[in-house]
Design a protein around this ligand. Sequence first.
Ligand SMILES: [Zn+2]
Length: 435
Amino acid sequence: MPTKTYYEKLAKETINIQSIPANAMDRIGIPVKELLKEEHCIDVHTHFFDTKCVNSSYMVMRMFKDMLRMRGDDESQSEHIIESAYNKSDVYTDDWNDKLFEILNEDNNARGGKTSMLLIVLRMTKMKQVYEYYIKDASLATYFGMPKEKVLTTVLMMDFKMGWNVEVGKSIWTQIQELKELLTEKPVLPFLFCDPRRADLPEAQENLYKVFNEAFANGSPFFGVKIYPCLGYDPGDYRLWPIYEICEKLGIPVLSHCGGASVSTAERSIAIFEGTKSVTIKGKNRKEVAYQLNDPARWEKVLKRFPKLKLNIAHFGSDRTWSSKEKVSSRKDPQHRKEVIMGLMEQYPNVYADFSYTITAPKASKNFIALLQENDTLRKRSMFGSDYWVVYQEGDLKENQAKFLDMVDDNEIVFDLCRNNPTQYLFGTSNGESV
Ligand SMILES: [Zn+2]
């Protein structure tokens, strides 16, 4: 096993920090620059991945959840179905999406149901198409009575190759090139997935640091970093330190999944690095392993080392932690996650949380909104996010986001969630200077 110094040296040799624009305003495309001058709103959590960025197991799993009307982290009823989707031998074929479309379309017609989002996405092979559907069908801007395209969105990538060890139709390199093109045409901010296990891949178009370099230092730069611990790693893995160091220094925003465990590693026992220490995480089933990896307390050590890192702990711990507004003391209680996140907000100046996906859970939303009104730190560090398009599992997104924002029922807080706070998170410097 190579040592810590080996990786630090490798990262330094590979990441070309001088080539990354030091100022956030020089890391955005012209469409974003133009939009920032006008009236706009921000959806800080959106995915535009198409069928070529994922594999058939992912879509099959989403399909079952859709059919059974299951919430993102509600798997108790049909865990065996989900497990079989995970364990389904995945022989990659170019036309798997056409085959799946046929099955799903037949089923959908038979049930006389409304066309599901999955059917729509299964026909899309370009991220731009998925983006355009968002603008047409669910743009946050329409809630504010603005023209549909006046919304600034992120583009959060997903790394199934490392997490599930599967092939997808577009390599990470191809996805990067596609997003670089998209950001010259549309007001989007791409976030690169950074899986520490990629540090071990020798090929230039797969290796973590070389891919980072391509995304951030070569022409139309990317804007942020996406971390997804439950795909099988600790966010404090030392192979990510060189990335965090640059992010902290240049004010590059980091976003980490911290919600349900729909998508996770399928391992029951997995060796991870907590810092430089090798640790094995075990669980009775997939969910148990994912739950441990998703723990926001894993960020404590990262923030100790990089205290000015701009971090969005996405989904705010999932709706379970918000099932009560009250404080919970036991660390084992799932409700405790919101306390951990709020504790990190109190302690570190650049820690934020988005309420994406969780907006569709009425009780959780009610408790969250009540606390927003009383707690100033929470109010200044919380952000609106939709989790487009995976959130369609919970019904029509446009309706759901309107329901949530109506429930906030305070124009100033709505403005903080959809504009002020995400602006500070995305464009403020690590030193807290605003734009
Ligand atoms: Zn998401």
